[in-house]
Ligand binder design. Structure first.
Ligand code: NAI
Ligand code: PHE
Length: 346
């Protein structure tokens, strides 16, 4: 119980639905800069406690992401704990689950806005939007701005450029860049890296996703061996929590910069990487392109080229984070967190 109360966020809502077997968690971490916003993650979890913990960690990351990107939104996240793997749910079950989620969003009456995340996409936002006003990222066909993956990938690529420079390199030419997860974001990052002259290594649990990149010359690494594979830049674009303290102590890379939210399993992992001289781009800065796309297009009335103009500035933002960390003798994650927290508190 005490554990449940120990959170620095504002509110957590939990609901279980007997009929569908799904549990719903909405965590509002901060509404200081504006309504809380963050995607809806739909997957299975070993327990409701773990779903709540994940929603809270992810909501906190969203507060930092919005502040770091200078967007007028707070941080929140929804987790739908599914009764079984998404692929095994019938369309009917999924529609029922989404309709409960939409009603939950209406109950919060705009204190929290959602968008796509792992396990949900634009088409699901189209469904939510039939019941609630508080869903970002509807498909283009339904009048929305569509997927945020392109903006996220461009931002991650900008983050890789800044991080590689911090590691003493002038560019990506000839560097071994290992992309983990070749979904909407990772696949596009891989293409941008190859175009910039990087030597691409790729991995995905779905091996078919590697194929377009191997045709273009990439080397495939087994998903299980990824954190033992030598590379210059490790780019996690699959799930979070990929680097714990033990992996941090041995990871054979010089730079870590990726799209996944909460790449590091614990803060201790960043300290270990930092002590080994590995440059880590704080993920909530590196992957801010998606938030710029969704909030920029839906709230601020930006065009897609406005979004891109802001997204490439992630490179400069990270230059500043690295410079501040060096000057204050702290880690880049500490520097970026302090900068975002100052904005939230101000
Ligand atoms: P996606 O679902 O399209 O792609 C994820 C890919 O990772 C899939 O191809 C999947 O097979 C693969 N994968 C899963 N577990 C793996 C493992 N253990 N090893 C190797 N591959 C694995 O997701 P998307 O949209 O590309 O996002 C990637 C990551 O970036 C996610 O963690 C997401 O939360 C994060 N992110 C995405 C944003 C967006 O705009 N799409 C914005 C900010 C963060
Ligand atoms: N889920 C994505 C992220 O983590 C995109 C998103 C951004 C969704 C902002 C809602 C609001 O950045």
């Amino acid at each position: 119980m005490i554990e449940t109360l120990l959170w620095d966020g504002e509110m957590t809502c939990v609901r279980h639905d007997e009929r569908t077997g799904a549990s719903f968690v909405i965590a509002l971490h901060s509404t200081a800069l504006g309504p809380a916003a963050g995607g809806t993650r739909a997957m299975t979890y070993p327990s409701v406690d773990e779903a709540v913990a994940d929603a809270r960690r992810l909501a906190r990351a969203m507060s930092l992401k919005m502040a770091a990107a200078d967007l007028p939104m707070g941080g929140g996240k929804s987790v739908i704990m599914l009764p079984g793997p998404r692929a095994e749910l019938s369309d009917r079950q999924w529609r029922d689950i989404l309709s409960i989620h939409a009603r939950n969003l209406e109950l919060l009456n705009g204190s929290y806005w959602t968008g796509p995340d792992v396990g949900t996409g634009s088409e699901d936002m189209d469904v939510l939007a039939r019941t609630t006003r508080f869903a970002f990222g509807r498909s283009v066909e339904a009048g929305g701005p569509g997927s945020s993956a392109e903006a996220t990938a461009q931002g991650v690529f900008s983050a890789i450029r800044a991080s590689v420079r911090e590691a003493g390199e002038s560019g990506l030419e000839g560097l071994r860049v290992l992309v983990q997860g070749l979904g909407a974001v990772g696949s596009r990052v891989a293409t941008l890296v190859a175009e910039a002259g990087g030597r691409l290594l790729v991995t995905d649990v779905d091996e078919g996703r590697c194929e377009p990149h191997t045709v273009a010359g990439a080397t495939v690494v087994s998903a299980e061996a990824v954190t033992r594979t030598e590379c210059d830049v490790f780019v996690p674009c699959a799930t979070g929590g990929v680097i714990d303290v033990d992996i941090a102590a041995t990871l054979p890379a010089r730079v870590v910069a990726g799209a996944a939210n909460n790449i590091l399993a614990t803060d201790g992992a960043e300290r270990t990487l930092h002590d080994r001289g590995i440059i880590v781009a704080p993920d909530f800065v590196a992957n801010g392109g998606g938030a710029l796309h969704l909030v920029g297009r839906e709230v601020l009335g930006w065009s897609e080229s406005d979004v891109m103009a802001r997204t490439v500035l992630i490179e400069k933002a990270l230059d500043e984070v690295f410079a501040s960390a060096r000057k204050r003798r702290i880690t880049p994650l500490q520097a970026a967190t302090a900068g975002a927290a100052e904005r939230i508190q101000a």
